[in-house]
Design a protein around this ligand. Structure first.
Ligand code: ATP
Ligand code: MG
Ligand code: FE
Length: 364
């Protein structure tokens, strides 16, 4: 099926078009530059930027794909989770398009959409290297690690259309959010991820031993008796620990060792994320792990994830970065999967749901 996908859950306005598993267009406009001086995404600014960017982004995607709205089989839009006002812009636009064209409309889950890029063929290659079938199933178990400015989650994906479970999630800050906040403490620019990644290249990851959140026996338990937070994350204590170190240097009037702190902070984040993801995968029989979200760009995360997955016989799928960060193609990919699976469209009577649980793949 020929499906158009619309994404506006955070600061990216994305419109993607797929034909079955083929990616025809993936146009993204980001308002990130407008959030720089605030050091984080400001919801009102993001919403207004979506309003301004939507029509040009749609037109560009249609032109790139060489298709018209009339040719579409369906339209899909991110219904949640995400920022309420931002989601509402995309949902309203999608409803207007569906109403005007008479096309079926699917309100879909943003997190499941991130995993759906594994279905796509892009630049002549399968994103997941042939590991996923047309239904989005991996023969020997599929897991996903989503790490972005708003999310840090480990998912078990039985069937992209009907069976997705949350194995673990952050109980406070998201990984990308921790990068952004720590970058601020270190006087680095927003977004903090790339800035810390770069600063860390010249630093010693063992210079400071920062806390690994929810990683001691009390939270992890054992394989026989898993702790409540075995696969969960916490990054707020880490952020506080970095703040203390920075304050101590400032109090002494000494120069802050930015590279060492950046490298040590990064090591703590990446160590916990990869350790818990690999543990969740092995304990749940998931032999393929797909990485998604903007933090997937992190050089140390990629390195350690490769290393630890290889050690445990897990095949790691790292999609091209344009498909890891928020985009419309992933929404279209999930929409196409739902159409193929005969899942009923949502229709026009639904509202965006900022807290949509991952178990709900599409609204009905
Ligand atoms: P959502 O959470 O809804 O998926 P988002 O806009 O918050 O959306 P993305 O756009 O996917 O998230 O990613 C942005 C985040 O990724 C920022 O927090 C940024 O700091 C982080 N990031 C980008 N590059 C890197 C990197 N090299 N290392 C670590 N973090 C990075
Ligand atoms: Mg973003
Ligand atoms: Fe996202």
């Amino acid at each position: 099926p020929l499906v158009l996908g619309i994404e506006t859950s955070c600061d990216e306005t994305g419109v993607g078009i797929v034909r079955g598993r083929d990616l025809l267009a993936n146009t993204v406009s980001s308002s990130m530059d407008e959030h720089v001086r605030f050091g984080g995404v400001i919801p009102e600014i993001a919403s207004r930027a979506h309003l301004e960017a939507f029509v040009p982004t749609l037109e560009q995607a249609l032109e790139t794909a060489g298709v018209t709205l009339e040719e579409l089989d369906a339209i899909a839009v991110t219904a949640g989770p995400g920022l309420a006002g931002a989601l509402m812009v995309g949902v309203s636009a999608a409803k207007a398009l569906a109403l005007a064209t008479g096309k079926p409309l699917y309100g879909i889950n943003h997190l499941v959409a991130h995993v759906s890029v594994g279905l796509l063929h892009h630049d002549g290659a399968a994103v997941a290297g042939g590991l996923l079938d047309a239904d989005g199933r991996a023969a020997d178990g599929l897991g996903a690690l989503l790490v972005s400015g708003g999310h840090t989650e480990i998912l078990r994906v039985g069937d992209l259309a009907a069976d997705v479970a949350l194995l673990g999630a952050t109980i406070d800050d998201a990984a990308g959010e921790a990068y952004d906040k720590v970058a601020r403490l270190l006087g680095l620019s927003y977004p903090g991820g790339p800035a810390i990644d770069a600063a860390a290249q010249g630093g010693d990851p063992a210079a400071f031993r920062f806390p690994r959140g929810l990683s001691n026996a009390k939270y992890m338990g054992s394989a026989e008796e898993p702790g409540k937070h075995r696969y969960d994350f916490s990054f707020s204590g880490l952020k506080t620990a970095v703040a203390r170190v920075v304050e101590a240097y400032e109090a002494e009037g000494e120069e802050i060792p930015v590279a060492d702190i950046a490298a040590s902070f990064q090591e703590s984040v990446v160590d916990v994320i990869t350790r818990k993801a690999v543990l969740a995968a092995t304990e749940n029989g998931l032999n393929t792990l797909l990485l998604g979200g903007g933090v997937a760009a992190n050089s140390r995360l990629r390195e350690l994830a490769e290393e630890r997955c290889a050690e445990h016989g897990i095949r790691l799928v790292v999609p091209p970065l344009s498909l890891c960060t928020d985009n419309g193609a992933m929404v279209a990919a999930l929409g196409a999967r739902l159409v193929s699976g005969g899942i009923a469209p949502t229709g026009l009577e639904f509202a965006a749901d900022p807290g949509l649980p991952v178990t709900q793949v599409s609204l009905r």
